[in-house]
Design a protein around this ligand. Sequence first.
Ligand code: ADE
Ligand code: ZN
Length: 322
Amino acid sequence: MTVADLSKIELHLHHEGAAPPAFIRQLAHEKKMDLSGIFREDGSYDFRDFTHFLSVYEAASEVLTGPEEFRRLTLAILEESAANGVVYTESFLSPDFCGGGDMAAWKDYLAAIQEAAEEAETRFGITLRGIVTCVRHFGAETAKKAARCAADTAGDWIVGFGMGGNEGMYEQGDFAWSFDCAREAGLRLTTHAGEFGGPESVRDAVRTLGVERIGHGVRVIEDADLMHELVDRGTVLEVCPGSNVVLGVYPDFASHPIARLRDAGVAVTVSTDDPPFFHTTMRREYEMLNRAFGWDANDFAALNATALAAAFCDDVTRERVQ
Ligand code: ADE
Ligand code: ZN
């Protein structure tokens, strides 16, 4: 048994971003859509930088045209995650890609995703909970539709609200209405910050939006005062080292700040973000962290305990997946 065989808790996974390229190619074939431009010759997704990644991601999502596609996708994702030892995962679900923000359509998509999640729980022993996400570069008005969808379906299964997308566009504060709407519906909050934006984007996220978790957040390593603030607040970082390396935030695992953040007392967790895009899995993330920093079974047990405590599910679920 190696550290990569341990059970894992994952908190940061984008549903569309977890679609294997073969799955997307198969759907494109069935629907007679030409998506050849987004794949390399070896079949992997082809992108050169972050903004290009976002456009390839959106192009791939175009084949996910209805609830049935999301049912199939959810099963495929959870089978793969379970095969990598993941026992609990939270994934970002975007009403923008599930019916375009229309409430009735969103509920149909969600029903299909939940049906697949129940099947996966029985077949593969993995539990899924959903975080509704808005997409930053689609703007604040579009985000409001996502927030309304989130608020209307908040409960035991939809447990959070978040924001992904291009950090270079708009300010966190432009989305305050959406985060307030979600909070009032009882949802827990996370937002992407400190991935391509500097430490100030993380400061803004915790102070302006009141989020308790940050997607990535790794660039707080550049600001010692802010690191202390995060420790005091108990803010948890959803760190995705393999994603950061492929997107060029850091050149390699050895220079990634996750170990320095952890050693400074910041609560860190590990996730894959968009695993097939970044040629990674939870198993590989564990292997690479073991290799780069010598993290052993005790380190990973502590990491998982942090993740489980920071999971947005209820305590009954938390105890069951432990
Ligand atoms: N959406 C999917 N992956 C993302 C990432 N790494 N950063 C921001 N938005 C995303
Ligand atoms: Zn992400």
